[in-house]
Design a protein around this ligand. Structure first.
Ligand SMILES: NC(=O)c1ccc[n+]([C@@H]2O[C@H](COP(=O)([O-])OP(=O)(O)OC[C@H]3O[C@@H](n4cnc5c(N)ncnc54)[C@H](OP(=O)(O)O)[C@@H]3O)[C@@H](O)[C@H]2O)c1
Length: 380
């Protein structure tokens, strides 16, 4: 019996068991099953997968990827209408974070090495809720939603994806699916870095001087718009080609990193209250000197050594190495690694939202971004 037939039989057996247990429930007009298997005819789906880590050549298109199932009652299955890729997808294709993400997927280490394959990449999704678990209260079948998918879960380069309901939120009606899929991961990352880590808010950002290293990328373009909407003074580094883009988003001062040593050009400017580093590498060796001294200034980097250290040294030694690095740097300055917090549902309450389709980057004139837990969501 081939693999597809085998899956079909297993699923059918599972379905019969469930119907016998009379576990079908209707709530909010949504089909709910305790341990759902979705519709019986859906056993496989098309997806882009990788079966090993490597270059672009490891990407494989298949029509026979396993259809996701609801394993917990708070999960939803989303039909993907648009997917987004981020630098982390490219890194993950090459094996970045393999050790720590495997530990997250399989904490008891019950599975064999390589059990994450076939792995589906894609961290952003915009789509429609197809099925809800028993405990899902805030979504129903047919709702248009978007989400940033945590890196340890199967991604959005597939027809369907299974997510926890608190990782999903309603997509703004003003955005198409393809526009919406360009946003969640970078928006949640920019929010985590600037608000959760740096403590910036609409109330305290006015007149603050903020430097964004690598401001023309996904995270940077979003960060510029948030900070300008909140009245901050924003200096950006990027390539010459991107100057027009970042100025169009509101950047006050732009430094071309390809025109010579960027640290010298930045060193001539007034010092900064906050530095958001999207570039990493040797930037931290000179960037800390650009902060205002004795003022609570903060340097936040998105290029964390944690996943790389655990890949190189294993989980325990990698964590220890990262701890030592962070602790020694934190002694020198307000030095923080920001990370995306995917458990917070992302809601963009858009009062006047303008998007430029160029490079799928957004020129938001007025935006309010709230990371909300599902209870807050319910209050909307
Ligand atoms: N911690 C997290 O949760 C998290 C989440 C998402 C992303 N990240 C990390 O954050 C970083 C930024 O993400 P992103 O999506 O914004 O990436 P991106 O879209 O690729 O943007 C990269 C930016 O860096 C600039 N850049 C490239 N080389 C540079 C150099 N040598 N010197 C100065 N600037 C340079 C680029 O400028 P030009 O395009 O003008 O050349 C661009 O502005 C990535 O390293 C990513 O892995 C972390």
């Amino acid at each position: 019996m081939n693999a597809a037939k085998q899956i079909m039989c297993n699923r059918w057996f599972h379905l019969v068991k469930q119907y016998n247990a009379s576990s079908m429930v209707f709530s909010h007009g949504c089909h709910k099953r305790l341990f759902s298997t979705s519709r019986s005819r859906m056993t496989v789906m098309p997806a882009w997968v990788i079966d090993t880590y490597g270059g672009n050549d490891v990407l494989r298109f298949t029509r026979n990827a396993s259809f996701p199932i609801l394993n917990y009652p708070n999960e939803v299955i989303v039909q993907v209408h648009a997917a987004g890729l981020n630098p982390i997808d490219v890194s993950m294709r090459g094996g970045y974070g393999a050790s720590s993400l495997s530990m997250k997927r399989d904490p008891l280490n019950l599975n064999q090495k390589g059990s994450e394959f076939p792995l589906v990449l894609g961290r952003d999704v915009s789509g429609v809720v197809m099925e809800c678990g028993l405990d899902v209260k805030y979504f129903k079948e047919g709702d248009e939603v978007w989400a940033a998918i945590p890196p340890w879960k199967q991604g959005s380069l597939a027809e369907f994806v299974c997510l926890s309901a608190n990782e999903v939120s309603l997509k703004p009606k003003s955005l198409s699916h393809s526009a919406a899929a360009a946003l969640p991961y970078v928006a949640a990352t920019a929010w985590s870095a600037l608000v959760n880590t740096c403590g910036l808010t609409p109330e305290n950002s006015a007149e603050k001087r903020i430097l964004i290293l690598g401001g023309s990328g996904g995270v940077g373009t979003f960060a510029i718009q948030m900070l300008k909407a909140w009245g901050g003074h924003v200096t950006v580094t990027c390539s010459k080609d991107a100057e027009r883009l970042v100025r169009g988003l509101g950047a006050d001062h732009v430094v071309d990193y390809s025109a010579g040593p960027v640290e010298l050009a930045l060193g001539t400017l007034e010092k900064f209250d906050v530095i958001l580093d999207n570039v990493g590498g040797d930037t931290e060796s000179w960037a800390l000197g650009l902060l205002k001294p004795w003022s609570g200034a903060k340097y936040v980097t998105l290029v964390t050594p944690f996943l790389q250290n655990t890949d190189l040294l294993g989980i325990a030694d990698g964590m220890m190495q990262t701890g030592i690095t962070v602790a020694s740097k934190a002694l020198k300055a307000y030095y923080i690694y920001a990370r995306l917090e995917p458990s917070a549902g992302l809601v963009l309450a858009v009062s006047s939202w303008h998007c430029s389709t160029e490079h799928s980057r957004f020129a938001a004139l007025t935006l309010e971004l709230h990371c909300m837990q599902k209870l807050t969501l319910a209050a909307m």
